[in-house]
Write a protein that binds this ligand. Sequence first.
Ligand SMILES: Cc1cc2nc3c(=O)[nH]c(=O)nc-3n(C[C@H](O)[C@H](O)[C@H](O)COP(=O)(O)OP(=O)(O)OC[C@H]3O[C@@H](n4cnc5c(N)ncnc54)[C@H](O)[C@@H]3O)c2cc1C
Length: 383
Amino acid sequence: MLDLTEEQREIQKLARDFARQEIAPYSADWDERSYFEPSLVKKLGDLGFLGMLLPEEYDGLGVDTPTYLLALEEIATVDASAAVMMSVHNSLPTSMILRYGSDAQRERFLGPMARGEILGAFALSEPEAGSDAVALTTQAVRAGDDWLLTGTKSWVTNGNTAGVIVTMARTDTRQERRGARGIGAFLVTPDLPGFHVGKKEEKMGLRASPTVELTFDAMRVPSANLLGEPGMGFVYAMQSLSAGRLGIAAQAVGIARAALEAATAYAAERRQFGVQIRDFQAIQFKLADMATKVAAARSLTHAAAAAKDRGENVVQACSMAKLFSSETAMFCTNQAVQIFGGYGYVKDYPVERLFRDAKVTEIYEGTSEIQRIVISRHLYARD
Ligand SMILES: Cc1cc2nc3c(=O)[nH]c(=O)nc-3n(C[C@H](O)[C@H](O)[C@H](O)COP(=O)(O)OP(=O)(O)OC[C@H]3O[C@@H](n4cnc5c(N)ncnc54)[C@H](O)[C@@H]3O)c2cc1C
């Protein structure tokens, strides 16, 4: 239903072919073993998919946001873990360094990130600071020309494989808890003294995407690695997360579409009571609802992406897209398991994994409750 340009069709096809040939055959095994395949980073980089929003001077593809989301949806249809790696990398660290970084920081990081030589990660959440991220307690204290970071970050996607981790830490430590100002964003590299990778989470879904705890033990970070202004990191993080939610929305659309496609095919194969189960209206209605929600989720996501590229304020639109798409992913995977019956509950078919993978889209980059708060706040802001 989207009106795609020639270039968008080409990139969509490139992503679809790559996903089907290079990822799909291994997805179930990687999920089973909770295994992250490092060569995927270089392969995605070779395609340009790790610098989709970066200009060509940094070896990026320089495409618009809708085109990036089309590629992301294709990757997500076969492997939600690969998709979140691509989404976090493109939407958060690369975009943040491009937007807020110094010339030297852009020179150092963006080319290697676009080429897949360095993977990016984003460390905001902490054990006691999730939805209430501004309550973070990781401290950054000046030590001569450097900063010393002390604290623990939780849930860092690719935190054990990334070459650069945009890390939010409190630079103004005069009070236990301050507002959004007083938090810095630091470009943390794993070679820094005091950097430690902690527990790797054992997850319900998205098992091929490593999620780890990071601890910083008076980690010495050169001041050249501070992104932008010392007290502005939280503001940068929130601005970037808003657009980043479109990546998660596209990931959710991909998961939902995969569930729809699998269920549609299965309903045509499976026979009960002497007929294909797709002949039952109860099954037809489920498929119709799934198809409608997938189309609506994609439209909402692409409308927000186009508005973002036009420079509009899209905070509410991004939250709407993320909320609706993630709930669509949960709805469609639930319906797909139901259509598969007992076969949906076992690992012989992909819908069991899709169901497990879908859930997290309602949790990370802002839970559904937080998206509803953002959306409703904007309703009142217009009065
Ligand atoms: C697989 C995975 C990967 C992740 N990757 C990253 C990453 O790369 N970087 C990173 O920084 N973080 C990451 N996160 C963290 C993620 O963003 C947080 O889990 C999320 O923000 C929710 O925080 P929490 O888990 O602490 O839940 P809590 O904030 O404790 O929320 C618990 C429940 O309370 C509800 N709630 C909280 N506040 C309110 C409120 N004001 N009104 C109504 N309900 C409320 C929530 O919606 C939720 O239902 C990841 C998480 C997961 C699971």
